[in-house]
Write a protein that binds this ligand. Structure first.
Ligand SMILES: [Zn+2]
Ligand SMILES: [Zn+2]
Length: 316
């Protein structure tokens, strides 16, 4: 059984001291790959760095609605640079491994040490000539992008940490960025479904896809999200007894559009509620989905993993 945690914040300081054991527990639970989501420039850079250091980690880059006030053209070009550079550096270099592998740095110093030795390349500050060298000399190494999405982006009218007009502007600009880069989007929408859908609608046919992560809407809203070609991400709250609304969404969502995610360190599922969440707990969410849909754990694992691979263009 292989699972992909499609939304995790392993960049959070809460993982700084024990990330290796967190990843070992994840792998032992079958969670062999994790998409680490950025929410501002700093976390996006860290997500890309982590993806370079651990083969099972992929990154997304973007500005969360909470930080929308800080979004400008400089931020946008940094995301573009991160996506392009990580792609150039790592295209194919990540092995098609199903488990966490030795750091990229180790692999690079092994295979291409004569070309690339500065740790700065892992932070995306790769000069044109080094990039060419990487492309030229290490092409045999390279095929999978590590920046797999733009996100998390969207609207959060629950907290309103950034003024709503700024949230809407940053969301729209980043949808345009995703369209330009032809990358899927990871959307955060809280108490803002109507505005989220109306901003997204004109982009729907132009994007390569996306996910409404940590979905909290009802079945009617889920149907609209699915109509726009989007996926639905299910998190810890599905394990809470009272959540019949989300259970209905899980029941009606086609398997190929359903993704599983932890949103760790937040959103810990039952019985870990209130504790630090981590990718290994993804199995709790999968168990609950299997129960609700009346299928086996393995079937849920297979369909959600296939859906994640298709959306984020990860190797099967
Ligand atoms: Zn979110
Ligand atoms: Zn998140």
């Amino acid at each position: 059984m292989e699972l992909i945690d499609t939304h995790a914040h392993l960049t959070d300081g809460k993982f700084d001291s024990d990330l290796d054991s967190v990843l070992q527990r994840a792998a032992a639970a079958g969670v062999t790959r994790v998409i680490v989501c950025g929410y501002d420039v700093e976390s996006s850079e860290k997500a890309v760095r982590l993806s370079g250091e651990h083969g099972g980690i992929f990154a997304s880059v973007g500005t969360h609605p909470h930080d929308a006030s800080s979004y400008d053209l400089t931020v946008e070009s940094r995301y573009e640079e991160l996506a392009a550079t990580a792609y150039a550096m790592l295209r194919g270099r990540l092995p098609r491994s199903r488990t966490f592998v030795p750091s990229l740095r180790q692999r690079v110093s092994g295979a291409c040490a004569h070309e690339v030795s500065t740790p700065t390349m892992l932070r995306g500050r790769l000069s044109r000539s080094v990039r060419q060298q990487v492309f030229g000399a290490c092409a045999h190494e390279v095929s999978t992008p590590t920046v797999v999405a733009i996100g998390e982006i969207g609207l959060d009218y629950h907290y309103d940490f950034s003024p709503r007009p700024a949230q809407r502007a940053a969301f729209e600009a980043q949808l345009a960025l995703a369209q330009r880069l032809q990358m899927p989007v990871i959307i955060h929408s809280r108490e803002a479904m109507e505005d989220t859908l109306s901003i997204l609608r004109p982009f729907a046919g132009l994007l390569v896809g996306g996910v409404f992560h940590c979905f909290s809407g009802d079945a009617k809203e889920a149907a609209e999200v699915l109509d726009l070609g989007m996926h639905i991400g299910v998190d810890g709250p599905i394990t809470f007894k009272s959540n019949t609304r989300l259970a209905e969404v899980v029941r009606m969502c086609p398997g190929e559009r359903l993704l599983v995610e932890t949103d760790c360190p937040y959103m810990a599922p039952h019985p870990y509620r209130g504790k630090r969440n981590e990718p290994a707990y993804l199995t709790r969410i999968v168990e609950e989905i299997a129960k609700i849909r009346g299928i086996s754990l393995v079937e849920v694992a297979e369909s959600t993993t296939a859906a994640a691979c298709a959306l984020f263009r990860l190797p099967r």
